[in-house]
Design a protein around this ligand. Sequence first.
Ligand SMILES: Nc1ncnc2c1ncn2[C@@H]1O[C@H](COP(=O)(O)OP(=O)(O)O)[C@@H](O)[C@H]1O
Ligand SMILES: [Mg+2]
Length: 261
Amino acid sequence: MNDLSNSPAFELHQLASVGRLLTGIVHEINSPLGSVLCNNDVLERSLAMLGELLADPRPESIEKARRMVDTCRTLASVDKIACERIRSVIRGLKTFSRLDANELRRVDLNQQLQDTLKLTQAEFRRRIVVDTEWGELPEVECYPQMLNQVFLNLLVNAGQAIEGEGKVTVRTALEGECAHVSIADNGRGMTPVQQANAFRAGFTTKPLGEGTGLGLSIAKEIVEEKHGGTIRFESEPGRGTTFHIRIPIRQGASRCECERA
Ligand SMILES: Nc1ncnc2c1ncn2[C@@H]1O[C@H](COP(=O)(O)OP(=O)(O)O)[C@@H](O)[C@H]1O
Ligand SMILES: [Mg+2]
């Protein structure tokens, strides 16, 4: 088995890309958690008070109790939303930790992409709109943890290419024997020289600490060597970049010929 996933460069890069999202992820978990805790305080006090009110037979006490129950109900539904937010972030994180990098599985690629998008959500939230178009896909046989890494790399790149506000569009479609995933941004795009070097390991235009120059070379290795797929892009300076990934639906028998010709 090719041990790309055990290579130090792969692991470092993986850590770096999850790491740079971590601040956002922590915030994404912390703020709803804070609101749940605070609501819980109010709920505890309300319940204590409700106990007293119910022991008091006067009509005004019953009326007060009724209003309090309404408030508790509202708090409970706010808590539910907060917990769902936390759960969706955790789900995105799990995608990275739970899956064995060397395990070939059949997965719903749309779901994998949605989970990976949740990790970038915190960073994109105020700045970048994410448009999605999910095509109907059969289960795709792949190393999901590795593909998620590719998607994360491309999404982080897209986010970094956008100064201020912008848009990232994620699309999936079935193309013959392949699943086609495209990730487009309307960011700064690449000059011809950058385009020629983009997949070269170590090539980066980003300041130290922001870029490792490994993302695209790892992505290429994962898509082409590990999955027999293809990764291409088109880019126009000042207008944006679109990456196209094609992964054969089944490993082994047919390689991805959709676009190789
Ligand atoms: N979506 C994009 N828009 C513009 N430039 C990009 C995009 N994706 C990659 N690049 C260019 O390719 C280079 C290499 O990308 P990558 O291998 O992911 O390394 P890194 O992101 O660490 O620099 C980037 O530094 C950038 O110049
Ligand atoms: Mg990158």
